[in-house]
Write a protein that binds this ligand. Structure first.
Ligand SMILES: Cc1ncc(C[n+]2csc(CCOP(=O)(O)OP(=O)(O)O)c2C)c(N)n1
Length: 369
């Protein structure tokens, strides 16, 4: 029997209504602001890629409610084990757009010193674990982090994010099975955007829903309208409370839609119709939240519009600041592996230094993606 679809707004096929979470006006505006910032960050990232100024980008268009609603229940000492499609969670953790664009440009401000792919962030000071490309690996990492919290008796949790495609990975089974057996304080957030690149979720699994899979691991599963930020927040709060109080893990399926391409290298018109895209454009999570906010009569349209303008300016300014930064110094090639560098590498470092800036012209060569 497929799990019910939980929602607050009560549209989009919701079969069970959740109570409206109690939030202050500032908290509601904070959710809206971070959703809009996520959208504007992604739009700017895609523009930078299309203009050839960065090599690659992964947008999360349409998944803003799933990211911001879930991240809103996190506390500073919690940990996040993300996939590549949660820039909004990083923003909600206090990461700045400049830090994110620094990674996309691979410049001297990049925490990974230009060694990672664009959008493969790492923000240690915000407990945001390095993003890896292999699908699903972050799920087992999250269970490990949560187990450490449990063994230390901490009232914290680890929240991990992954897509519907990742539920076919070995790490999904390993991570959920282990967490289920040992009651690890982990919240497993599957953002079911219905596609693993070109493969539709109906071809990914024979389960009725992703949330159904929770039963096999002995944990609760909830299927939530992922384009309803208040429903996401309410459901994630239940899962987080359970994790913090020793009741173990939960699997959340946030049912949504990837409104943009898989990445800047993808063309979704090859595998899905304009009709499906139009159907989901009408369920845009930012518009739905704005309609609800306006209906409360305490938020004005001009107030909400100002958030869009401010976020647009914030992202344009951030991109400009990051683009102006120098690349990482050549010496960084030799850092972070050896405590004492072997003589062979010392010789290579000296030779590279002696070359000076002889290859500066190669810096703007086309990115091979
Ligand atoms: C182990 C592994 N297999 C294949 C890939 C290629 N790949 C990159 S993204 C992706 C789709 C993942 O889909 P999903 O888990 O639904 O997440 P989404 O991209 O939709 O957020 C695939 C197959 C990979 N990165 N790692």
């Amino acid at each position: 029997m497929p799990a019910e679809l939980l929602g607050v707004f009560g549209k989009g096929g919701v079969t069970k209504k959740l109570p409206v979470p109690v939030l202050t006006r500032e908290e509601l505006l904070g959710l809206h602001r971070n959703m809009v910032r996520t959208r504007k960050l992604d739009e700017r990232g895609m523009k930078l890629q299309r203009q050839g100024r960065i090599g690659f980008y992964v947008p999360s268009l349409g998944e803003e409610a799933a990211q911001i609603g879930s991240a809103a229940v996190l506390q500073g000492s919690d940990w996040v084990s993300p996939s590549y499609r949660q820039p909004g969670v990083a923003l909600a953790r206090g990461v700045t757009p400049v830090e994110m664009f620094d990674n996309c440009f691979g410049n001297s401000g990049d925490a990974a010193k230009g060694r990672q792919m664009p959008v493969h962030y790492t923000f240690r000071s915000r407990n945001f674990i390095s993003i890896g490309s292999p699908i699903g690996t972050q799920i087992a990492h999250a269970t490990g982090v949560a187990m450490a919290m449990r063994i230390r008796g901490e009232s914290k949790l680890c929240m991990t994010y992954f897509g519907d495609g990742a539920t076919s990975s070995n790490d999904f089974h390993t991570g959920l099975n282990f967490a289920g057996v040992f009651r690890a304080p982990c919240v497993f957030v599957c953002i079911n955007n219905q596609y693993a690149i070109s493969l539709c979720v109906t071809g990914q699994t024979s389960s009725g829903t992703i949330a159904d899979k929770a039963r096999a691991y002995g944990m609760p599963g909830m299927r939530v309208d992922g384009n309803d930020v208040l429903a996401v927040l309410a459901a994630t709060r239940l899962a987080a409370d359970a994790a913090r109080s020793g009741d173990g893990p939960t699997l959340l399926e946030l049912f949504s839609f990837r409104m943009g391409p898989h990445s800047s290298s993808d063309d979704p018109s090859r595998y899905r119709s304009k009709e499906v895209e139009a159907e989901w454009a009408a369920k845009d999570p930012i518009q739905r939240f704005e309609q609800w906010l306006l209906a409360q009569n305490t938020f004005s349209a001009s107030e909400l519009a100002a958030v869009h303008t401010a976020a647009e300016e914030e992202m344009a300014e951030a991109a400009k600041l990051s683009e102006a930064k120098a690349p990482p110094s050549k010496d960084t090639l030799f850092e972070d592996v050896y405590a004492v560098m072997p003589a062979s590498l010392q010789r290579q470092q000296a030779a590279l230094r002696a070359e000076g800036d002889a290859h500066a012209q190669d810096r703007n060569a086309a990115f091979p993606l």
